[in-house]
Design a protein. Structure first.
Ligand SMILES: [Zn+2]
Length: 121
């Protein structure tokens, strides 16, 4: 079990957040085995947004703020795609978003999140 990371989760007054014994009940941060939002860290979009509004500047400064334009070039424009052949089989392809060149991919390469032809960001 883990807690929702929303900084104001306990301030949303819902029945399921009321915990404790009679006479000393409080609204508490939600606790679940899993959450739907923010990569399994938040119980709701509200809590996710509360966290982002409070911490997004610190997070960006920590991981690196974008200060110049990034460029999509031939070297980093490859994206995975799929289509169907005449036999209705799925065909996996790598397509270049700049040159429109296509290269075939195996299903294994298609599903491998680390496999890429891109050589830059
Ligand atoms: Zn929450």
């Amino acid at each position: 079990m883990k807690f929702c990371q929303g900084p104001k989760c306990h301030q949303y007054k819902t029945k399921d957040r009321i915990k404790g014994i009679k006479g000393s009940k409080t609204y508490q941060t939600r606790r679940r085995s899993s959450f739907y939002y923010g990569d399994d860290n938040f119980c709701s979009m509200n809590c996710y947004n509360d966290w982002a509004n409070k911490f997004v500047d610190q997070a960006i400064d920590h991981f690196g703020r974008t200060t110049t334009a990034k460029h999509l070039t031939e070297q980093n424009a490859w994206f995975k795609d799929y289509t169907w052949n005449g036999n209705n089989d799925t065909v996996y392809i790598y397509r270049n978003g700049i040159t429109n060149e296509q290269r075939s991919l195996t299903e294994e390469q298609f599903r491998d999140n680390n496999y890429t032809l891109n050589t830059g960001e």
